[in-house]
Design a protein around this ligand. Structure first.
Ligand code: URA
Ligand code: ZN
Length: 385
């Protein structure tokens, strides 16, 4: 068991389940896995999932699909519990009927992956839980989506679902998704909103080969920022106030842009009277992973979350900007198996940097840090069984 007997829980950690990996191997256009060999005759499998995938794709191996590799990684970094999600691009590229069938099969596969895995050392809970998948593709029927929300709600080790930003083709602010948000809220599932598409690749230029840096460092968080903002603007939190939305990569740029967003809403004749609350109130309802790699960023994000109460219309609360309040909505993550070290190293910097960042946030008490490392996840995902 990790730090001071408290559980370390990773809420942002991915898998391509074997059934999904086979699908990627069967394809020859994005998304796919290309198998070849190096000049020395060694296997050289590459993952090509992004449109305009830079640099011939990324190396891919058993860390992406083998449960033992996930557990070895967890042991190496003293991670007690992982809430595992299928990595992008999920089912986005499939026709509706295939996406529906595969969602159901992959949800069952993930339940088995978790339920047949080990328990924590105190034997109280399992070490693996999961986020299920919805077949969010154009032409899917609402009843198919509701069917899968129901399935996920019934699988005991799935505690939420991961989704991208496209919805059923028109984004997440599409009113056609209202019944789905309602069903997710009712089932008490956490929505993990994760990017895949980035922003228009022409923004990256083509004079210099910057590898994956621009799409991953900027494109991913900008995409999350836009999708979450559109959701807020659509009034989803007024309609479904108990919806629990966890944003990848600490919410991208949303925390730092939240007051600008509020001001733009207030000055816009079309939007100004649409929402029940100031935009900062809705931002305070979000959950953010703590995958930001720096204490300043985590500290600021927690501050942006903390001040929501001040912006509840009719609220008499005036203070509540201390970072401790917001820290309760932030949760440790690794993004494994992405961002492996480039050269042999005992631990992965992508993990230790995030842990060090949590430990160094100004204004978080030790109790807040413990919450971000695991206590908050235990409450959010009800990890008592
Ligand atoms: N790269 C991806 O494609 N997905 C992630 O989740 C992280 C990095
Ligand atoms: Zn991720």
């Amino acid at each position: 068991m990790s730090i001071a007997g408290k559980l370390l829980v990773d809420v942002h950690t991915h898998v391509y389940l074997p059934r999904y990996t086979s699908l990627l191997r069967s394809r020859s256009t994005v998304p796919f896995i290309r198998s070849s060999t190096t000049p020395e005759g060694l296997p050289d499998d590459r993952l090509l999932i992004l449109d305009h995938e830079p640099s011939g794709g990324r190396p891919v191996g058993p860390q992406y699909w083998d449960r033992d590799e996930k557990l070895k990684f967890m042991d190496k970094h003293n991670i007690d519990v992982s809430i595992v999600s299928t990595a992008n691009p999920w089912l986005d590229f499939l026709p509706a009927s295939q996406a529906h069938t595969l969602a159901s099969e992959l949800n069952n596969d993930l339940e088995e992956y978790c339920s047949t895995g080990p328990s924590t050392t105190d034997h109280k809970i399992k070490r693996l839980y999961g986020f299920g998948l919805l077949p969010l593709v154009p032409e899917i029927t609402t009843s198919a989506l509701l069917d899968i929300v129901h399935q996920i709600g019934q699988l005991p080790h799935l505690r939420g679902l991961i989704m991208g930003t496209r919805g059923i083709g028109k984004g997440l602010d599409d009113p056609a998704l209202d019944p789905v948000w309602g069903a997710i809220e009712k089932a008490g599932l956490v929505v993990f909103l994760h990017p895949h598409y980035g922003v228009d690749a022409s923004a990256w230029g083509d004079s210099v080969d910057n590898g994956h840096v621009l799409p991953l460092a900027l494109g991913f968080p900008f995409e999350t920022t836009t999708a979450a903002t559109r959701l807020i603007l659509s009034g989803v939190f007024d309609k479904f106030p108990a919806l629990r939305l966890l944003l990848a990569h600490s919410g991208g740029a949303l925390p730092v842009l939240s007051s600008r967003l509020a001001s733009c809403i207030d000055h816009d004749p079309i939007v100004a009277s649409r929402l029940k609350h100031d935009a900062r109130y809705y931002i305070g309802k979000l959950y953010l992973d703590a995958v930001a790699y720096g204490p300043e960023e985590l500290g600021y994000a927690s501050e942006a979350l903390s001040r929501a109460a001040r912006y509840e219309h009719g609220s008499s609360v005036t203070g509540a900007t201390d970072r401790s309040v917001g820290s309760k909505r932030m949760l440790f993550g690794t993004d494994h198996p992405f961002f492996p070290p480039l050269s042999a190293s005992e631990k992965w910097a992508s993990v230790t940097e995030n842990l060090d960042a949590i430990g160094a946030v100004q204004g978080w008490a030790e109790e807040d840090k413990e919450g971000v490392r695991g206590g908050n996840a235990i409450s959010l995902f009800n990890l008592t069984r």
